[in-house]
Design a protein around this ligand. Structure first.
Ligand code: A2P
Length: 340
């Protein structure tokens, strides 16, 4: 019968998106529990027309949960996922906490769903980083057809990746700056303030000089694609967009790439829309791309000087494709396989 599900971080930007997707996609469950911090306990949220009270994580019992979605940040997952697993729940974790653990499958269902054929021994399935997910969905068919020598990526990441507080801070800083361009708006979620600026720094700085966000794109792409030597290098940039990540990627292959074939190949991928660059203005942006459950591709350019390489532009809803939708598609695939 249908699984009993628990959403941890149900009040957050990813959690509320997950609730909407469960409704939109008609995901079947026997019971749904909503969990957040003690601050939110008692708050009421609606799922499929039914009202549910939010419960506090620190006293929550996972023994009657079949699958728990964790979207409350890495520290919360590190602290609470092990006890949820010990109490018998299968955890789909949206955070960075367990992604690179050897025993934890890191899954994008359109790429490596075979990882979901059996229940993982460690009880955790990790959901990749929001910029990695759409990228690997496009790299996979390219790798199979032409082989990838290396990929160089710049990201343009939206404020919603920082949750509700990121969205609120961008809105507030924008109006403060419009009122007074010389003002110094509050900068807690982002530093400096994100309004009317771009910030080439996401997550923490590593000894290598790369940020953790940039390192995730390399390590996670390798793990998901099963290519331990894949060369992906990135600059991750926060931009004053409310929702929807974009990426500009230069991908150099082992063989010469035919543009028409490349476009056919990408367009044939599930839930990918290619915007034809021959139509003026037909490029995707976070606000205009269309179907938020698709990866949108545009500006596909094979280099005339080096026809083994090409540029593309992609746009993907980071709360959906980059987080909640990928997590739910993992659960759907587990149900389909009888694992859940
Ligand atoms: P709460 O709303 O009670 O703070 P966002 O990514 O939008 O910032 O949301 C983060 C989510 O994680 C929210 O649902 C938030 O709940 C939850 N959360 C944050 N800290 C904790 C915690 N210590 N225990 C449980 N849930 C937490």
């Amino acid at each position: 019968s249908a699984p009993r599900i628990t959403l941890v971080g149900a009040t957050g930007a990813v959690g509320t998106t997950l609730i909407r997707l469960i409704e939109e996609r008609g995901f079947r469950y026997r019971d749904v529990r909503l969990v957040a911090s003690a601050r939110s306990a008692g708050r009421e949220l609606t799922v499929d027309g039914r009202t549910h009270r939010v419960e506090a994580l620190d006293t929550f019992d996972f023994s009657t949960t079949d699958v728990a979605f964790f979207s409350a940040g890495g520290a919360v997952s590190r602290k609470w996922v092990p006890s949820a697993v010990a109490q018998g729940a299968l955890v789909i974790d949206n955070t960075n906490a367990f992604r690179m653990d050897a025993g934890t499958p890191l899954v994008v269902p359109q790429v490596n769903a075979a990882e979901l054929d059996v229940r993982p021994a460690g009880g955790i399935i990790a959901n990749p980083n929001c910029s990695t997910i759409p990228l690997v969905r496009l790299l996979r068919p390219v790798e199979e057809r032409w082989g990838i020598r290396h990929a160089v990526v710049s990201t343009y990441q939206a404020a919603s990746g920082r949750g509700h507080s990121g969205l609120a801070e961008l809105a507030e800083a924008s109006s403060i700056t419009l009122e007074d361009p010389a003002a110094t708006p509050p900068a807690t979620a982002f530093s400096p303030a994100l309004a009317f600026d771009v910030i080439p720094f996401i997550d923490e700085l590593l000894d290598t000089g790369f940020t953790l966000e940039e390192q995730k794109m390399l390590q996670e792409s390798r793990k998901i694609l099963g290519l331990p030597h894949l060369d992906v290098t990135a600059t991750c940039v926060r931009v004053p967009v409310m929702n929807g990540h974009s990426e500009a990627a230069w991908i150099e292959c082992d063989d010469v790439v035919d543009r028409a074939e490349l476009i056919r190949l990408l367009a044939a991928e599930p839930e990918v829309t290619v915007h034809d660059q021959d139509t003026p203005g037909a490029f995707p942006t976070p606000r205009t791309a269309g179907n938020p459950d698709h990866v949108h591709v545009g500006r596909v350019r094979v280099s005339p000087r080096n026809p083994r390489g090409f540029w593309l532009w992609l746009v993907a809803d980071n709360l959906r494709i980059g987080a909640a939708l990928n997590a739910l598609q993992i659960a759907e695939a587990l149900v389909e396989r009888g694992v859940l």
